[in-house]
Design a protein around this ligand. Sequence first.
Ligand SMILES: CC(C)(COP(=O)(O)OP(=O)(O)OC[C@H]1O[C@@H](n2cnc3c(N)ncnc32)[C@H](O)[C@@H]1OP(=O)(O)O)[C@@H](O)C(=O)NCCC(=O)NCCS
Length: 145
Amino acid sequence: MPWSLRALLDRFRPDPVAILAQRGYHLVDGSYGAPPSLIYLMHENRRAGFIELSWSSLDTISNFGIMIYPAYRNRGLGTLLLQALIALARNRGVATIHGLVRRQDLAAQPHLLRWYRENGFATIEAQSIVTAAWLLFEFRRGAKT
Ligand SMILES: CC(C)(COP(=O)(O)OP(=O)(O)OC[C@H]1O[C@@H](n2cnc3c(N)ncnc32)[C@H](O)[C@@H]1OP(=O)(O)O)[C@@H](O)C(=O)NCCC(=O)NCCS
């Protein structure tokens, strides 16, 4: 039977979109075109959150914003939405996802940097009044992280 390490790894990688679907959530593309710049997380016909994306090239997401509306937080949805972003980027052949954490957001959510690290992002301290840290997710070329 033909197989590759990549296919094998993909087979055992949990699919965040499928897990969301099992829990009654789905994603809707709210972008005006490709590549996607706005993805809503929907619970039935209600918005539970969203991800906004900026692209500097077809293989680089230069920034993103993620939001789970307060009533839906602390039940794993943010993690699944972030993992869905990573899966989408992987499927599109993205090499790196960049992001940032503002000091204001970190003050409100002190676990934010740990949360990103647990989701596979490197966090780099920023020397800036507005930005607390830069975020970086790198897909290993040819090895599919
Ligand atoms: C950051 C944000 C997207 C996280 O969304 P979320 O849905 O609350 O995230 P999760 O539920 O996956 O994880 C949050 C916490 O709940 C915990 N958790 C995960 N699944 C859980 C579950 N089923 N039950 C209870 N807690 C759970 C996680 O372990 C995590 O704990 P930690 O903060 O101690 O690490 C959300 O808080 C948000 O929208 N904040 C405002 C906007 C913002 O700051 N965005 C980021 C800008 S950089």
